[in-house]
Design a protein around this ligand. Structure first.
Ligand code: ADE
Length: 325
């Protein structure tokens, strides 16, 4: 059964939104809820075929009485030219842009020491620069004169993002960009906020990492709670159920989140209910960022010694008590 929005029907009638990465996962849930509330949605991502298929699927669910429509426009957000073309095609077709949802992004799992400069740049170009391109273009082409609301989907990176340092750095930068733009664009009536879900389905690609220790291979799995979706689970094939299940103990909610729980937060921030909220990042993580990390640090003795003195003597006595006999 399709999820049903808690917001009132028609809340976003005749509004127009761009949702990057709107054809899959969280972006698809956001697009579907906006459509259900009467908003016309332009979904965008690099993969034209998948995007068109998602648009077709969503189109079928729009009731004939709704003013909403869904359009697929392929765009690589890393390219400023492509973003300009996207925004201009939306304005040509719909004549306005009320909302931008920056959800498109990607990353891969790797220890920082093994990241190539090319890999690092690809992630930062997409997740940070791509978001900047989209914000800047909707602002200059429409929102500067007419106002609007922007929401960027970031991630739970408050304690760093071991295993995906590039995306942690880029998402933290988008958190800061959100604050800068909230001030710079306030005089245009633009509100800009971010939503930080518990690690998203894209981040589950962080899956299984193999570290070689002195004697054997140590298999370390890190997931810090995830957004669960049927598609995401299927993507991980036989690992899917296990990977999702093992993140449950690390969430205070003791269950996974579904994309619709992120989508409702985004709709809230876009709606008049958030008319006095700007420059904020709303965590949708059931308190996971306050809880425990799944990142394991192996036992080691590489840490610098504490300064000599009676405290160190007492400490050594505690950890490695020598016989007094
Ligand atoms: N999703 C992931 N990477 C993307 C990109 N470069 N452009 C648009 N959507 C994306």
């Amino acid at each position: 059964m399709a999820a049903s929005s808690v917001f009132r029907p028609g809340l976003f009638n005749h509004k127009v939104a761009i949702v990057t990465g709107g054809g899959t996962g969280i972006g698809k849930a956001i697009s579907a809820e906006l459509l259900e509330l009467g908003c016309s949605v332009v979904i965008s991502s690099r993969k034209a075929d998948r995007l068109e298929a998602a648009a077709r699927e969503m189109r079928q669910k729009i009731p004939p009485s709704s003013p909403a429509s869904v359009t697929a426009v392929p765009c690589n957000i890393r390219s400023e030219e492509e973003v300009k073309a996207l925004v201009s095609s939306v304005l040509k077709r719909y004549g306005r842009i009320d909302f931008l949802v920056n959800n498109g992004g990607g990353q891969f799992s790797s220890p920082a020491e093994d990241m190539s400069s090319k890999g690092w740049k690809a992630v930062v170009d997409t997740n940070l620069t791509g978001t900047f391109h989209c914000c800047k273009e909707v602002y200059t082409a429409w929102m500067k004169e007419h106002g609007g609301a922007i929401v960027s989907i970031i991630a739970n990176m408050w304690n760093g993002f071991p295993g995906m340092a590039h995306t942690g750095a880029a998402r933290a930068a988008v958190d800061n960009l959100t604050k800068s733009l909230a001030i710079e664009w306030a005089a245009s009536g633009v509100r800009i906020n971010a939503v930080a879900p518990v690690r998203t389905a894209q981040h589950i690609i962080s899956f299984v990492s193999v570290f070689q220790d002195a004697h054997d291979f140590h298999l370390s799995v890190w997931l810090q709670g995830t957004i669960f979706s049927k598609t995401a689970m299927e993507n991980y094939k036989e690992y899917g159920p296990h990977l999702f299940k093992m993140s449950v103990p690390f969430t205070p909610a003791k269950r996974l989140a579904v994309p619709e729980e992120v989508s409702s937060a985004v709709c809230f921030l876009l709606s008049p209910a958030a008319s006095y909220i700007s420059g904020a990042t709303l965590k949708v993580d059931a308190g996971q960022s306050l809880y425990k990390s799944m990142w394991e640090i192996q036992n080691h003795s590489a840490w610098p010694e504490a300064p000599e003195g009676e405290n160190l003597d007492a400490l050594n006595e505690l950890v490695d008590p020598k016989s007094k006999l």
